[in-house]
Design a protein around this ligand. Structure first.
Ligand code: HEC
Ligand code: HEC
Length: 151
């Protein structure tokens, strides 16, 4: 082996072996609050949506399979209890949707996926009864993380 090729081989070996160590992640980049992990920052104030149902245009839906955001105030509709569900009072309309009327509850909400996935019942199933466990009321809070998702 010539001196030159020996030198080249050693050089290549040392290049492959000497990977620079991974840089540590600074504390403030670990969470979503962008402060030190030892801080307990107060979340920024946000306002709940105050508009009445049907007052504002519906926000754009990015995917028909996601539960749509509740576009109106829910202050008067909560809490949902065993005997009272005001969401149902307005949304349990037969459809098809008429202008100015609450969006009818979709067929999927009448199917008990655990016990009778083939049958559409006449009542909203228990797993869909607490509407706000899936549908989030709109607020003016800025998103914590941007999204570049396009359907
Ligand atoms: C007083 C009647 C009323 C009550 C009570 C009510 N809603 Fe609504 N809801 C509406 C109307 C009207 C719209 C708007 C429909 C439109 O603009 O086309 C709407 C829109 C929505 C939408 C958006 C639907 C879509 O097409 O994107 C969701 C989700 C929703 N409501 C969920 C709820 C939930 C959950 C509750 C209970 C916490 C509730 N609503 C209580 C009348 C009501
Ligand atoms: C387990 C989660 C879950 C619960 C609980 C739930 N929903 Fe939904 N909802 C969804 C999903 C997912 C969609 C979108 C897919 C679909 O239409 O089935 C949806 C869609 C809707 C829509 C839009 C229908 C359309 O034609 O665009 C309305 C209105 C609605 N839900 C009302 C309600 C009401 C009122 C309740 C409470 C009685 C409720 N939902 C409870 C998950 C849920």
């Amino acid at each position: 082996m010539s001196r030159l090729s020996l030198a080249l081989t050693l050089c290549a070996l040392s290049l492959s072996a000497a990977k620079p160590p991974a840089k540590p992640i600074p504390d403030r980049n670990l969470g979503l609050s962008r402060t030190s992990v030892f801080d307990v920052p107060a979340p920024p104030a946000y306002r709940d949506e105050a508009s009445d149902p049907g007052e504002k245009p519906l926000p754009k839906r990015i995917n028909r399979e996601y539960p749509p955001v509740i576009p109106h105030s829910v202050a008067d509709s909560l809490p949902i209890t065993r005997s009272t569900n005001l969401c149902l009072d307005c949304h349990a309309v037969p459809g098809p949707k008429k202008k100015g009327e609450a969006t009818p509850i979709p067929a999927s909400h009448f199917v008990d996926l655990r016990h009778a996935p083939e049958a559409k019942g006449t009542q909203v199933v228990g797993a869909r009864y607490i509407c706000i466990s899936c549908h989030v009321p709109r607020t003016d809070a800025p998103p914590l993380v941007g999204s570049s998702y396009r359907p």
